[in-house]
Design a protein around this ligand. Sequence first.
Ligand SMILES: Nc1ncnc2c1ncn2[C@@H]1O[C@H](COP(=O)(O)OP(=O)(O)OP(=O)(O)O)[C@@H](O)[C@H]1O
Length: 829
Amino acid sequence: MKTMNDIKSATEKSISPKKVITAIKSETAHFVIGLLCVIFGVYLLLAFSSFFFTGGNDQSILTHPEGNELLETGNKIQNYAGARGAQLAQYLINDCFGIPAYFIIVFLIVAGMRLMKAYQFRLQRWFVGCTVVMIWTSITLGFAFDGTFENSFIYPGGLHGYNVSQWICSQIGTPGLILALFVTAVLFATLITRETMPFMRKVFHPTLRKQSQAHSEEVKAESDNKNRADKKTMAETSVQTPNDIKVEPQTNVSPTEEATETFPEIPMTMQETKETESDVQVTAQEYSQQENVKEESDEQDEPLFEIDHTPTDEVEDVTHRDVTQPYNPRLDLEHYKFPTLDLLNTYNDNEPTINMEEQNANKDRIIRVLRSFDIEISSIKASVGPTITLYEITPAEGVRISKIRNLEDDIALSLSALGIRIIAPIPGKGTIGIEVPNANPRIVPMSSVLASKKFQETTFELPIALGKTITNEVFMVDLAKAPHMLVAGATGQGKSVGLNAIVTSLLYKKHPSELKFVIIDPKKVEFAIYAPIEKHFLAKLPDGEDAIITDVTKVVQTLNSLCVEMDTRYDLLKKAGCRNIKEYNNKFINRQLNPEKGHRFMPYIVIIIDEFGDLIMTAGKEVELPICRIAQLARAVGIHAIIATQRPTTNIITGTIKANFPARVAFRVASMMDSRTILDRPGAQQLIGKGDMLYLQGNDPVRVQCAFVDTPEVERIANYISEQQGYPTAFMLPEYVDDSADSGGAAEVDMNRLDPLFEDAARLVIYHQQGSTSLIQRKFSIGYNRAGRIMDQLEHAGIVGAANGSKARDVLCMDENDLEMRMNSLKNE
Ligand SMILES: Nc1ncnc2c1ncn2[C@@H]1O[C@H](COP(=O)(O)OP(=O)(O)OP(=O)(O)O)[C@@H](O)[C@H]1O
């Protein structure tokens, strides 16, 4: 007979054995230390409590022991915790903090529980909280009981409390001390709970208190009524519930004009939201209890509690946290430090230096060539970029731009330098641009773009600093808006450096909780440098060995799995009534979405596919179809694709791909045809290589010198990140099972090949009395398809009822005995 622990362990199956062994090593140590803390805490509790009864007797022995009396077996110490316990109690209570020394015990037990992973307390908060309260109470008691100090064997505030209160009194007098104690108490309460401010307002303004009470009752009554009515459907209407409740108080509140004027509404609303949220939780519990009411067993609550609250790894369970505070996605890795700029190379010749000789020579040549075509110019202006100079020419009156446009190729030929590009006219201006490569091109270091104010202060969701424009401005794009990017260029022209610049920009701006990369690298070498950041920034298939995907079959599986993830995200967005990931995450952060109902904070996912051409050649449609699906739909759910190829041919960059990848980056290509394939226009064949690129989004391409980031720099960044605490595993993509290779459909359920998780899933739905596929999916970290198949098998076995639209299925099995009987009959069939 399996137990609840089996169900717990099932959720952890996705962790590989090697990792489990390493995890257990440190986990065991934590557990033992935690246990010792708890035991020591209990021992102190015994010693302290006994001290109140036996302290008087023990005190004289402790202060004047006869020789080694305390070490002897026959000492007269009466404390239940023996001589050492009596000493500890005497020291911590009387010599230190008085009765508030009990907070030491509280902290020991809390720390022990946290180390044992029994509860996910936030230790720092508890430490500060216990220390502050202990010191404050000690001083208060020391002050309040200073009269009884001489006459009792217990010093309620301890020597600390007595001495400190006496000293403060001597400095600022008794009223000063009372005020100081009051102020510190209010300050502390304000810091730890938001309710202090509205509470204090109510203290100062009694009218508001009455209104607020009446209002709370009203809201509670409303909420109770609603919950009673919704009880049956609650499991599937999670998203509506918090929303509905959040709106209701506003429509029901009818504060007097005076109150509305005197107090801002925000604190009121916050308080109301919190009340209703806790109502939701109570009702959810009530719901499962009432479903189990036939069993009339209180014990049934325990397994329910155990399943829900078992953290599968070091990552804290969001449901455990203080729901009055906004959810902080960064909390799991709250000490994560973003890579620093000193990890990047700096180059001395950063500042542009203008070679006047070169500029004048170029100017003369341009004027001469144009004259030879009978084109007079009225002015010429040069903008010197890192690798290219743009000469902006204003034609003399009467010269038609169309004439110049027609002569474009001839002029380029006459200037005959490599990399000349003529822009006639410059969009939005009546001028002509001629781009001429500099004799001494300068590198644009990655450090210079990342250190720029523009990048540092950007508000882009997924900022990518690609390099610098011809006018030396940092060129940035928001991948979230792009939303998918095609990078192409002949071999050796800077594509890999460009992709590294993209990844580096994102690593400098995003926390591991906010972004995951799926890296597909058929060449197997280019992206291996990112392997160390697997547990921070990479996503992979549950059974994937390496997070950097190099094998074509795995590529197909991964892309399909991303489609499943995309569909799941769409479902969640729909349930939450949100249009895009940003709105959804904001709602989740503000705790308007219930994690118990499958909602979760969604990191952005950036898919990077290098050598896309090779993939299409080997896997064709199998790769193209999911890519196009993702490219068509995934923008709203925060999944963005960047595909790179050195073969910009039409059989690789097909019409569908082009239609769905609006942002295009072209490095130098071999022919005008290639340029047309990527950008729908010529130009990329005239680039000079080494990171010289055209970026197209919309109408006109922008010439950019790509920022240069070298492999050792990327290695340093990856190491810097990997040395910090990460998640236990890479971000797990949903499992993808090829439906075409599978029977599928409830009618064809094969009960002879029950899913290995069948029994555990049965137990899960029975405990929750809720036949929900997403519950199974979530608890066992499996894909939606597999969870759906398990649900079909459960239906076939008569454990759950038939599908019920969007609502959870009815659970037909009442308890474990019932399930056991059904399992036996299944085995005998
Ligand atoms: N932005 C840049 N600034 C300066 N030099 C660059 C830049 N990008 C690339 N280079 C130079 O060009 C070389 C080739 O670049 P990279 O490896 O990115 O080419 P690639 O197009 O990815 O080639 P392949 O397709 O063979 O991988 C680099 O080693 C570097 O010397």
